[in-house]
Write a protein that binds this ligand. Structure first.
Ligand code: FDA
Ligand code: NAD
Length: 433
């Protein structure tokens, strides 16, 4: 017999945890809500996996980083869900979603029905084996998405102590893992196809700071080429990475971060999609009744830019989840809440570095401050200017107040008359807004 819940959250990641907290705030009754997750643990702050979870000393471990500590909230331990009467159905992968009949089926054959569904399935990694890269299934070629992946990496770091690591990809995972592997005393080489790292956000000027900083830490960087094959030994353990430009790099561990794709396959043909995600309105309502989508999987109206967008970052996962739950509860009382009006916020940390970005990285970028990677305390930022207005702001090594100031700039979008003055003023410009 199917188990019925008034509300089901499908997926047990960041968005699921913040949605559960919002349901509790809104007075959900015991037995009304279930979270179904293929992971074995209660929702946690995923960003920890590429940072403190992999530290050689004082590493973060659960229950230390269950949601909602990442945004300064109360930590939701498994007992919290029990106390609230929220059912956590863990190690349960849903393999079929029949949205017309409102039935979810797990890999073990259990069925669940619901009145309202929140899809929070997040993203999955793109694998090199997806493009048929030769030898890509060798042992110790590792990806990072879930805690099980992080545990495999921790085991490999232990097993291959002080060895050679090749990091494939120059995006978020590439940069964070390149640093972590170095901190773990590996001889690290990063490889990516673009002319500079993090091209979806960084300008060449910003990237050159991080590349220089990494080089000073002893990380080798090879740009403009890709991994086309891997060698392995008799045990199937990876031993080398073959690059398209003919070079061959010795490797004991390969960490791959070549992007993620939203997990929408269960709903193909049942929901409208846009830009690779599930199309929603400003309340995260999908194209059929009683179905919502939040976090990485949702393509939603970005009000500020009058455009449909998908965002693969934790701040939006948290806020979209809260918005959807508020909208569900409001609709039950025939009330309306405000539209989602999201200011994009991304951040990263590696080595002693820490940056934040707010807004949109379109138009022309102006860099300010000290971006010399050899400086004792480098501190710099950038503004993006479009149609005479500042639309995006980036800051490395900002204080909480300074980060708040650049967020305000990106939100207010002040006009800029004199670019040279803006460059000279740097943070002073933000502090005046
Ligand atoms: P999320 O991926 O968190 O959760 C999805 C959940 O659904 C998982 O538990 C999954 O197992 C489950 N699931 C999927 N399909 C299922 C099925 N069929 N049945 C059952 N369960 C299913 N962002 C940022 O802004 N700053 C940062 O520093 C970082 N750092 C970072 C590090 C690492 C290692 C990763 C992988 C990602 C980040 N991010 C980040 C991105 C951020 O973590 C991401 O945007 C959010 O986790 C998205 O939240 P969701 O809840 O949408 O997906
Ligand atoms: P990404 O999109 O940030 O970067 C992918 C990178 O892969 C590209 O920049 C490119 O350099 C590289 N690439 C593409 N094809 C390649 C190939 N064939 N060989 C070598 N390199 C190739 O994706 P990611 O870094 O894998 O991150 C995965 C997901 O996790 C994303 O959703 C990301 O937002 C999220 N994440 C976010 C943070 C953060 O916000 N701080 C941290 C970690 C992960």
């Amino acid at each position: 017999m199917a188990k019925h819940f008034k509300y089901v959250i499908l997926g047990g990641g960041v968005a699921a945890g913040y949605a559960a907290r919002e349901f509790a705030k809104q007075g959900v009754k015991p037995g009304e809500l279930a979270i179904i997750s293929k992971e074995a643990v209660a929702p946690y702050e995923r960003p920890a996996l590429s940072k403190a979870y992999l530290f050689p000393e004082g590493a973060a471990r659960l229950p230390g980083f269950h949601v909602c500590v990442g945004s300064g909230g109360e930590r939701l331990l498994p007992t919290w869900y029990t106390e609230k009467g929220i059912e956590l159905l863990l190690s349960t992968e849903v393999v079929k979603a029949d949205l017309a009949s409102k039935i979810l089926t797990s890999a073990a054959g259990a069925t669940f029905t619901y009145d309202t569904l929140i899809i929070a399935t997040g993203s999955t990694v793109i694998k090199l084996s997806d493009f048929g890269v030769q030898g890509a299934n060798s042992n110790n070629i590792l990806y990072l998405r879930e805690i099980d992946d992080a545990d495999k990496l921790v085991a490999a770091i232990q097993a291959k102590k002080n060895g050679k690591a090749v990091v494939v990809g120059g995006g978020y995972i590439g940069l964070e893992l390149g640093a972590i592997m170095k901190i773990n005393n590996f001889d690290v080489t990063m490889v990516y196809p673009e002319p500079w790292c993090m091209p979806r956000l960084f300008t060449p000027d910003i990237a050159s700071f991080y590349e220089g900083y990494y080089a000073n830490k002893g990380v080798k960087i090879i740009k403009g080429t890709v991994a086309v094959g891997f060698d392995s030994d008799a045990n199937g353990d990876v031993t080398a990475v073959k690059l398209k430009d003919g070079r061959v790099l010795d490797a004991d561990i390969v960490v791959v971060g070549v992007g993620a794709k939203p997990l929408t396959t269960l709903f193909k043909g049942q929901l409208e999609e846009e830009k690779g995600g599930i199309k929603t309105d400003s309340y995260f309502k999908a194209s059929i009744p009683d179905v919502y989508a939040v976090g990485d999987v949702a393509t939603f109206p970005m009000k500020m830019y009058n455009e449909m967008r998908r965002v693969e970052h934790v701040d939006h996962a948290r806020k979209s989840a809260e918005q959807a739950v508020k909208a569900i509860k409001a609709s039950e009382e025939a009330k309306l809440i405000e539209e989602y009006d999201y200011l994009p916020f991304f951040y990263s940390r590696s080595f002693d570095l820490s940056w934040q970005f707010y807004g949109d990285n379109v138009g022309d970028a102006v860099i300010f401050g000290d971006n010399d990677p050899a400086s004792a305390k480098p501190k710099f930022g950038a503004y993006w200017i479009k149609d005479g207005k500042v639309v995006g702001a980036f800051l490395e090594a900002g204080s909480p107040e300074e980060n708040k100031a650049i967020a305000k700039v990106a939100k207010v979008q002040p006009a800029v008359k004199d670019i040279e003055l803006l460059k000279k003023e740097g943070l002073v410009f933000a502090s005046k807004i």
